[in-house]
Ligand binder design. Structure first.
Ligand code: NAD
Length: 287
């Protein structure tokens, strides 16, 4: 089956980005959320981004109209009946995801592959809520999906080789480099590599070795990273970092993943990063 139409459930930061990317690449898209206002907000965000691209001469007004025309906006799951590939990008809650996936599974044609954009949950557990665990995998895009080059493809316990190959082909058609995560492990590859760096950086602060600012400077200048760990945590959310490390600890019991004191203090103080106006830094968000 040739993939022409992609279904995306959840029109937030990731679902909206994936829908935009797919429509840019010439796919028809069905974008669904619980309320039309969320779908409209997702489309408004892509429209704003495309208006900027027009100003910069990267795309034309006709390109923008063609991209938007490829997106069907809906709150009705039945509209997924004709899609050739499905991606779930809703809230990071296992029960809510499982309930939604079970409903969508009944609507999709039997041969259609289902991907989840979860950043942490077990692909095997999500797949078990459907009748097609062999045709279910993790399709982990990064934020913003239109820009970031990677897509992690995660095997659940039952995912078939054919499903992995077809998902890799789709990722490539979407302009992404994909990597195969052979086992359904917490954090997959990227978050598993990134979290120890966050935690070690926080421990350096706890030990009084250096300030967040100096650690960021050291990492950027010494390792040639585009951002330091504290800047990146402020951008992506300190609560997310805490959630992820608590989840890793609960799943593995390894001391390595125990949240350091300074991380807990930030959460208790309600300093969650840019979204709350302050995090490790107080001057990143423009008033
Ligand atoms: N934000 C990131 O940086 C990032 C990066 C990679 C992966 N992820 C993962 O992607 C997924 C989506 O994250 P996000 O940041 O886009 O979240 P978000 O909060 O921006 O958007 C989630 C959307 O899902 C909708 N939704 C919730 N329940 C629904 C349901 N039952 N049916 C239909 N729509 C529903 C919400 O209304 C909302 O519009 C999560 O699993 C998250 O862990 C996020």
């Amino acid at each position: 089956m040739t993939i022409k139409k992609i279904g995306v459930l959840g029109a937030g930061a990731m679902g909206g980005g994936i829908a935009h990317l797919a429509a840019q690449k010439g796919f028809e898209v069905v974008l669904c959320d619980v309320d039309m206002k969320f779908v409209e907000a997702g489309v408004a965000k892509m429209t704003k981004l495309m208006d900027k691209s027009i100003t910069k001469g990267k795309i034309t007004a006709e390109d923008k109209e063609a991209i938007l025309a490829r997106i069907t906006k809906t709150t009705n799951l039945e509209d997924f009946a004709e899609v050739d590939f499905f991606i779930e990008a809703i809230i990071e809650d296992l029960d809510i995801k499982k309930t939604a996936l079970a409903k969508v599974d009944k609507i999709l044609r039997p041969e259609v592959i289902m991907g989840s954009n979860t950043s942490s949950m077990s692909i095997t557990a999500l797949a078990a809520s459907t009748s097609r665990p062999d045709k279910f995998l993790g399709t982990h895009f990064f934020n913003p999906a239109q820009v970031m080059r990677l897509c992690e493809l995660i095997r659940g316990a039952m995912t078939s080789d054919e499903t992995m190959q077809r998902a890799a082909d789709l990722a490539s058609a979407l302009g992404k480099t994909s990597v195969e995560v052979k086992k359904d492990t917490p954090g997959f590859i990227v978050n598993r590599c990134m979290m120890p760096q966050f935690l070690e950086a926080i421990r350096l602060v706890d030990e009084g070795v250096a300030t967040p600012q100096d650690i960021d400077t050291a990492v950027k200048m010494g390792l040639n990273y585009p951002m330091g760990p504290f800047e990146l945590m402020d951008l992506t959310g300190i609560d997310i970092a805490a959630f992820v490390t608590d989840y890793f600890y609960a799943e593995t019991g390894r001391e390595l993943w125990k949240a350091p004191h300074a991380l807990k203090s930030m959460i208790r103080a309600g300093r969650l990063g840019d979204k709350t106006g302050a995090g490790w830094y107080t001057d990143r968000v423009k008033k």
